[in-house]
Design a protein around this ligand. Structure first.
Ligand code: KG4
Ligand code: ZN
Length: 337
């Protein structure tokens, strides 16, 4: 019998639904929320409201798309389990997805599967046919987290390094804000950096022990540097500033990833999370892989930023391991691994 899972992701500002059958993704719909742009960051109340507006259409589209792939006999009744992001994230956003999943599970009498958002980012690397072999290392870089994860099996994931302050995505977004760019600034820095000189400006790199990271100093270093410049400097040097900031962030990340490979001896290396969409990071990782003989894996763009396909693939492995959640389950904003 095949295992059909409906997965829902609503931890931050993307509402997403996906269907997977036996670990193959059939559909993955993502509704982005543009309402936050003018506020320079995600406004939690507006995010919850947008999730409520988006969730039914997004789930309906995911089911329709799956039916168009495998046949019209596939309906919401055909699903074997309903998965949702339980943690971590914005509590109001998580609540919308959790309550929706619980209501559906109750109405359809199907089991529930609770998924950890950061574990799902790592397992996004198992969606493609070109997959890493266990054990593998994953550099997970998102708006809220920066971690190096040692994955021994789909459900045995250990964080072996993480940020002690800001996440890599925050480093992108906060420096972008200093450059006058709108939220989220990461993709814009990526865009301008392609045209700039990464070695034009030097920003301090932190000395942090073990496999941990720190990014709060970079923001301060960029701020002090900009304060010393003449009016018009940012506009005249936007490409070089973006390239230099991006180069610094990538250097910090990849130095620690190299250290993790050296310490563990694991040579299958992946990236995950929103920042893994960064073209500079993707290219630099591939170059490093060629240089040191690593097997490098980079998820396709739609599985880097928040999406329900990664929730579905994680739920598939939880289903195989009989790890279901009770209807009394509730979301948590911060969650240990
Ligand atoms: O994983 P994600 O979609 O949401 C969280 O779970 O946080 O990551 C969002 C982060 C934001 O900080 C955004 O600026 C960053 O990913 N991001 C990028 C790029 N695309 C998204 N950062 C750098 N370059 C990109 N191309
Ligand atoms: Zn995420």
């Amino acid at each position: 019998m095949s295992i059909k899972i409906l997965a829902i992701e609503s931890s931050c500002d993307e509402t997403s639904a996906a269907i997977c059958i036996d670990g193959k993704i059939l559909s993955n719909y993502i509704a982005n929320q543009t309402v936050h742009e003018k506020y320079g960051g995600v406004v939690p109340e507006l995010a919850s409201r947008a999730h409520m507006q988006n969730i039914v259409p997004v789930v309906t589209l995911a089911i329709k798309q799956a039916a168009s792939v495998i046949g019209s006999e596939f309906t919401i009744q055909s699903i074997d389990a309903i998965a949702f992001t339980q943690a971590p994230g914005l509590i109001g956003s998580l609540l919308v997805g959790t309550q929706f999943a619980k209501s559906l599970a109750l109405a359809l009498e199907k089991p529930l599967i609770a998924v950890h958002h950061m574990q799902a980012h790592v397992l996004a690397n198992l969606i493609s046919d070109h997959q890493p072999k266990f054990p593998f290392l994953c550099l997970t870089v998102s708006g809220g987290h920066t971690q190096i994860v040692l994955a021994k099996s789909p459900l045995d994931l250990a964080v072996i390094g993480e940020t002690i302050d800001d996440a890599a995505g925050e480093a992108f977004d906060k420096t972008a804000k200093l450059l006058g760019l709108p939220y989220p600034g990461g993709p814009l820095i990526d865009k301008y950096a392609r045209l700039g000189d990464p070695l034009k400006f030097k920003f301090a790199q932190p000395q942090v022990p073990a496999l941990n990271f720190s990014f709060s100093g970079l923001k301060t270093s960029v701020l002090y540097f900009l304060q010393k410049q003449e009016a018009g400097f940012i506009e005249q040097n936007m490409n070089d500033l973006c390239a230099s900031v991006q180069y610094t962030i990538i250097s910090i990340l990849l130095k620690k990833l190299k250290k993790a490979v050296d310490l563990t001896g694991v040579q299958d290396v992946c990236i995950a999370g929103g920042v893994s969409a960064n073209s500079g990071l993707r290219d630099a990782l591939k170059t490093m892989g060629d240089k040191y003989g690593w097997n490098v894996f980079v998820p396709s763009f739609e599985y880097c930023t928040d999406n329900a396909a990664m929730i579905a693939i994680t739920a598939y492995y939880k289903y195989l391991a009989n790890r279901f959640a009770p209807l009394s389950v509730s979301p948590t904003a911060r969650a240990e691994w």
